[in-house]
Design a protein around this ligand. Structure first.
Ligand code: SAH
Length: 229
C-alpha cells in the first residue's frame, strides 16, 4: 500500500513514521509512506500556499492551486482509490473505516492548516473527509498520522502476531479484555488464577466474558448494538 500525505509542515510527520510498527511496515515493503511539502508546488515567489478569505474574516485559507498541482502530479504516476481530507467535520474515524481503507492500494491524505482549505478543493479534488474526533487541532498532520497508523497496522504481515490486530478493541465491536504479565503476584496484587491455569478453553471463555463485561460498562452504546437487538 502507498500513502501520500500532503502538508505544509512535513517536519511534523517525520517522527511518527520512523519508529516501531510503521517503520517496520515500510522496511518490509508492506507500506510506502511519502510526505510531500505543499510549498514545493507553489508557483508564488515566496512559496506561499494560503491567502486571505474572500469576504473577509480572520485566518488564512489554503489555496486550491498548489493542492491541485500536487494531487495532479501524484495522479500522473499512480492511481488513487481515495483522496482524503482530514477535517473536524468529516466522517468520524472508526475501526471499521480503518479496516475498509487498509485493503486499498493507494491513498492520498491532505492535511489542512489555518482556517482550512478553499471549499473548491473539497468539492472537486477530495473523495472522502475524515475526522479523528470532535475537537479542533491546529493542523491535519497529527490526524493524518493517527489515520495512517490505524490503517497500516491492519495490513497483513505488518504485525508480527497477526491475530493480535484481530483481538484489539473494536475489531469485533467489543472492548479488549484485561491483560497481565509476570510476576503473577506483585506486592500482593495477584493475576486472575484462571490465566495461570493452563486451561486454554477456559481462558478463552474468561476473556470473552471480560470483553463483554467491559463493553457493557465502558461502551454501553456498543453493547446495545451487539447484544440488545
Ligand atoms: N476552521 C476549521 C478548522 C480548521 S483547523 C473548522 O472549524 O472546521 C485546521 C486543520 O486541522 C483542518 O483543516 C484539518 O485538516 C485539521 N483538523 C483539525 N481538527 C481535526 C479533526 N478533529 N480531525 C481531523 N482533522 C482535523
Amino acid at each position: 500500500m502507498r500513502i501520500d500525505i500532503i502538508t505544509v509542515l512535513p517536519e511534523l510527520l517525520t517522527g511518527p513514521f520512523s519508529a516501531s510498527i510503521l517503520k517496520r511496515a515500510q522496511e518490509k515493503g508492506l507500506a510506502q509512506i511519502e510526505v510531500h511539502n505543499l510549498r514545493d508546488y507553489s508557483i508564488q515567489k515566496q512559496k506561499s500556499v494560503d491567502d486571505y478569505a474572500f469576504g473577509g474574516g480572520a485566518g488564512m485559507v489554503m489555496s486550491i492551486e498548489p493542492i491541485d498541482r500536487c494531487i495532479s502530479s501524484l495522479k500522473e504516476k499512480f492511481t488513487y482509490e481515495e483522496v482524503i481530507y482530514m477535517s473536524p467535520d468529516g466522517e468520524l474515524l472508526t475501526q471499521s473505516l480503518s479496516n475498509q481503507l487498509s485493503i486499498k492500494k493507494n491513498l492520498i491524505i491532505l492535511a489542512g492548516h489555518y482556517k482550512g482549505v478553499d471549499e473548491r478543493v473539497r468539492q472537486h479534488l477530495i473523495t472522502k473527509e475524515i475526522s479523528i474526533g470532535d475537537y479542533v487541532l491546529s493542523g491535519g498532520e497529527l490526524a493524518a498520522a493517527v489515520l495512517t497508523d490505524s490503517i497500516v497496522r491492519l495490513i497483513p504481515g505488518v504485525l508480527n502476531d497477526e491475530t493480535s490486530a484481530l483481538s484489539d478493541s473494536f475489531q469485533d465491536d467489543l472492548i479488549a479484555p484485561p491483560v497481565y504479565t509476570r510476576p503473577a503476584n506483585y506486592k500482593g496484587m495477584e493475576v486472575p488464577p484462571i490465566l495461570v491455569s493452563g486451561n486454554l478453553k477456559e481462558i478463552e471463555k474468561w476473556r470473552h466474558e471480560k470483553s463483554v463485561e467491559r463493553t457493557k460498562e465502558r461502551r454501553p452504546d456498543l453493547y446495545k448494538k451487539n447484544y440488545e437487538n
